[in-house]
Design a binder for this molecule. Structure first.
Ligand SMILES: NC(=O)c1ccc[n+]([C@@H]2O[C@H](COP(=O)([O-])OP(=O)(O)OC[C@H]3O[C@@H](n4cnc5c(N)ncnc54)[C@H](O)[C@@H]3O)[C@@H](O)[C@H]2O)c1
Ligand SMILES: [Zn+2]
Ligand SMILES: [Zn+2]
Length: 348
């Protein structure tokens, strides 16, 4: 079969590799029907994720059709259309029993396209198939469903739910990439009074208006702290969500929040950020961090089916599976191409 293989920083190829086979009796082999590229894949290609080594097939998001299952798989069977989640769950360890699948101690967590071969291929081996895949509901298109593999649960759990968004809140989201936009879309479910989108790229801020932002701030030209203070009688945002992953944006989120408010960090950080405790200690601020667990996937599936979450809106570009190199290029140049999520489909 063909797969997108990582060969060290800045090196990748769409090349012939061995088709995966069942290794453990809890595995499934899934034929990939639709797959996408994540900002985290770009981090890997920059060499920021050293656990990913030469020869690894990338990708941690897919919708596909089950081809084969191991003898211990109970609920998934050949022919089933499934969502392959970015988080794999053994289902039995202490953290899985708490719904903290991202921290799985039994061989799960974020492993696809990281510690084991991933979904950017014609076929993928999915460990712990019963607890790591979700039956695809009829009537939801593959590309909409695909947004539930990573970005929607991430924005919702690590942004909206960790940030405890409540009716009437002013929610400031720093970063309007797919993750920030997911957080805006998820915040809207709670009737905030305002969602403020902050980014340095006008195209992203334009997109944010379609995902629930009613105020946009380009922080290369305007001071988001002043905008949010004007909106809140000088107090600050009830919830500030960080969706970039650099020190400046974390520090901005901490400046944006009101006394007693929440800072929810989503961004993956590669270097230390300054925590201004000398200013924060007296303000009763709560700061949360997190890797997505995907415990919200069943809820989000219902919201997508019911039309309350327009998952298909994220998809800006379509490719066939053999156009991975082109798709990576379009996704990596999002500033020029306007890409949010690119989807590659079998026969597409
Ligand atoms: N915690 C998790 O479980 C989890 C899961 C998935 C992704 N992530 C992380 O979430 C972050 C966002 O992901 P994404 O796919 O949306 O990334 P992205 O790169 O597409 O979007 C980031 C946005 O931030 C903007 N930006 C950059 N610097 C800025 C600044 N100084 N001020 C304001 N805006 C700025 C960019 O213009 C861009 O629109 C990444 O760090 C990603 O690795 C975390
Ligand atoms: Zn991802
Ligand atoms: Zn586990």
């Amino acid at each position: 079969m063909k797969a997108l293989v990582y060969h060290g920083p800045a090196q990748k190829a769409w090349e012939e590799v061995a088709k995966p086979t069942i290794r453990d009796d809890t595995d499934a082999i899934v034929r990939v029907d639709a797959v996408t590229i994540c900002g985290t894949d770009l981090h890997i290609l920059k060499g920021d994720v050293p656990a990913v080594t030469d020869g690894r097939i990338l990708g941690h998001e897919a919708v596909g059709t089950v081809e084969q299952v191991g003898s211990a798989v109970k609920t998934v069977k050949p022919g089933d259309r499934v969502l392959v989640s970015c988080i794999t769950a053994c289902g039995a360890c202490r953290f899985c029993r708490e719904g903290r699948y991202g921290q799985c101690l039994g061989g799960g967590g974020w492993i696809l396209g990281h510690k084991i071969d991933g979904t950017q291929a014609e076929f993928v081996r999915v460990p712990f198939a019963d607890t790591s895949t979700y039956a695809a509901p009829a009537g939801v298109a593959d590309e909409a469903l695909l947004m539930l593999a990573d970005i929607l649960p991430t924005g919702y759990e690590v942004g909206v739910l960790n940030g405890k968004v409540r009716p009437g809140d002013v929610v400031a989201v720093v970063g309007s990439g797919p993750i920030g936009l997911s957080a805006m879309m998820g915040s809207r479910l709670y009737s905030p009074s305002h969602v403020v989108a902050i980014d340095q790229v006008d195209a992203r801020l334009e997109a944010a208006k379609g995902f629930g932002a009613d105020i946009t701030v380009n922080n290369t030209r305007e001071d988001p702290v002043a905008v949010v203070r004007d909106l809140t009688d000088g107090l600050g945002a009830d919830v500030a969500i960080e969706a970039v992953g650099v020190p400046a944006t974390f520090e901005l989120a901490a400046q944006l929040v009101r006394p007693g408010g929440q800072v929810a960090n989503i961004g993956v950080h590669g270097e230390p950020a300054t925590l201004h405790l000398e200013e924060l200690w007296i303000r009763d601020v709560t700061i949360t961090t997190g890797l997505v667990d995907t415990y919200s996937t069943p809820t989000l599936l219902k919201l997508v089916r019911g039309g309350q979450v327009g998952a298909g809106q994220f998809v800006t570009h379509h490719f066939g599976l053999d156009q991975f190199i082109e798709a990576y290029d379009v996704f990596a140049r999002a500033g020029d191409t306007g890409a949010l999520k690119v989807v590659l489909t079998r026969g597409g």
